[in-house]
Write a protein that binds this ligand. Structure first.
Ligand code: AMP
Length: 428
């Protein structure tokens, strides 16, 4: 047993896994740019109050899962690692007066999030999210655009069978009457409720609808549905979101139990699942409208919507479905030499190729040419550049390790020749 291990609920992303994650991060950044979102970075930790207010005090994320940092005596402030990016981004939007910019302000970020969750498959204490936020747009068209962006992410990542669950959670005009109705329903069933849910019933009854307790499934299925109790404005907004999705040819399922349980969420709420996995706490991503959040964090009332896509779970789903083509990390060429001791020459030629933008490895072991060539083959390199007697005249041998052919090339032409050969190999 090694003495030290990665903390429980975290994992090292070894190069293959890191490459898979990197591919998803690049895809997210590229897609967000295509849709007009600009990158932003906020700190990995914030004042705990940003999350307590911004995520909601009566949520699992804040009640149980917030990674609080032990306070330092010289600071009165309580800090916590970010469990999700929206609260920090909205804090930055308010702090930097982004209300004065042309609206909406469309922001994106990708990075690690931290939740002190019970670790299990697909549930980690440090995980990655690709996140977009459109702040200052009341929708409903942007709601549909954001759902479509999420689905495009999975499609371009190569995950198949991703479904959208969609709902409207109303707004401060219609939700109070609905939550009163819901509370009355559950109070009538108080004898059947697990203790933790009884406690929540009085503090934030919506949370019962997304309870993880299996005992709640049947009770929740028979509960009053928010979609039957929306006010006129929310009902019209929801109908228009659906009409926009229909017009884009996007299939979705209305799921009245999807409430995402946070006070500041308004109207549109959605989650992405691989079909057949709904309700197993295995959402690949989720988001919604949060028209109340900017004001809650000290800004002017500002409508907004966003989503967070879990990249770890997306990578897991991809791997389960057979995976995407691995990133090609093999060098294009390995520089080997007949003079085992002349590491200077090999390093110099490899440096030249790297400066020209090529992936090159120099064999720096002082071993026979034959052994160097064997190692180049094991590396998956397409070419070996062999330094021998011709080097004094500026000539090297270029061997195609896959075809088994070899020819002489002037050192001055080497980078160009290799780039051309590599390009024709890739496209051929
Ligand atoms: P949430 O804000 O809880 O809806 O999270 C958004 C997405 O992040 C989820 O749909 C998951 O894909 C992912 N996610 C949330 N929590 C975790 C976790 N503990 N481990 C891995 N992925 C997570």
């Amino acid at each position: 047993m090694p003495t030290f291990r990665a903390p429980r609920g975290t994992r090292d992303l070894l190069p293959d896994e890191r490459a898979a994650l990197g591919r998803l991060m690049r895809l997210g950044a590229d897609l967000a740019a295509r849709y007009g979102y600009r990158p932003i970075e906020t700190p990995l930790f914030e004042q705990a109050a940003v999350f307590e207010r911004g995520v909601g005090e009566v949520t699992d994320i804040v009640e149980k899962e917030l990674f609080r940092l032990a306070p330092r005596t010289e600071e009165a402030e309580a800090w916590a690692l970010r469990p999700e990016p929206t609260a920090g981004i909205v804090r930055a939007y308010v702090q930097h007066g982004m209300q004065t910019l042309p609206q909406p302000v469309k922001l994106t970020t990708t990075g690690p999030m931290f939740r002190y969750d019970r670790p299990q498959a697909g549930r980690y204490r440090q995980f990655w999210q690709f996140d977009v936020e459109a702040i200052g747009d009341p929708g409903p068209a942007v709601d549909a655009e954001i759902v479509e962006l999420g689905l495009r992410f999975y499609a371009e990542a190569g995950v198949s069978g991703v479904e959208v669950l969609l709902n409207s959670v109303g707004d401060p005009a219609c939700r109070p009457a609905y939550t009163a109705l819901l509370a009355a329903y559950y109070r009538g069933l108080a004898g059947l409720l697990p203790a933790a849910e009884l406690d929540r019933l009085e503090r934030n009854v919506l949370r019962l609808l997304d309870s993880k307790d299996p005992a709640m499934a049947a009770l929740n299925a028979a509960a009053p549905r928010i979609t039957d109790h929306l006010c006129e404005a929310c009902a019209a907004h929801f109908a228009s979101v659906r009409a926009h999705l229909d017009a884009l040819g996007i299939a979705y399922r209305v799921e009245p139990g999807l409430v995402r349980g946070l006070d500041y969420y308004t109207r549109t709420a959605f989650e992405f699942y691989v079909s057949g996995r709904e309700g197993q706490q295995q959402a690949l991503g989720g988001g919604g409208r949060y028209d109340g959040l900017v004001e809650l964090l000290g800004g002017r009332p500002t409508p907004a919507i966003g989503f967070g896509i879990g990249l770890d779970r997306t990578a897991l789903a991809l791997a389960e479905q057979g995976g995407a083509a691995p990133d090609d990390a093999a060098p294009v060429a390995v520089v080997v030499g007949a003079d085992a001791d002349d590491t200077v020459a090999r390093l110099r030629v490899a440096t030249l190729l790297r400066a020209a933008g090529l992936r090159a490895r120099a064999d720096l072991a002082r071993r026979k040419l034959g052994r160097q060539l064997e190692a180049a083959g094991r590396d998956g390199a397409h070419f070996a550049v062999i330094l021998g007697d011709g080097l004094a005249d500026g000539q090297v041998q270029l061997r195609d390790l896959q075809a088994g052919t070899q020819r002489q090339v002037a050192l001055d032409d080497l980078a160009r020749e290799l780039a051309r050969a590599e390009a024709s190999h890739r496209h051929g």
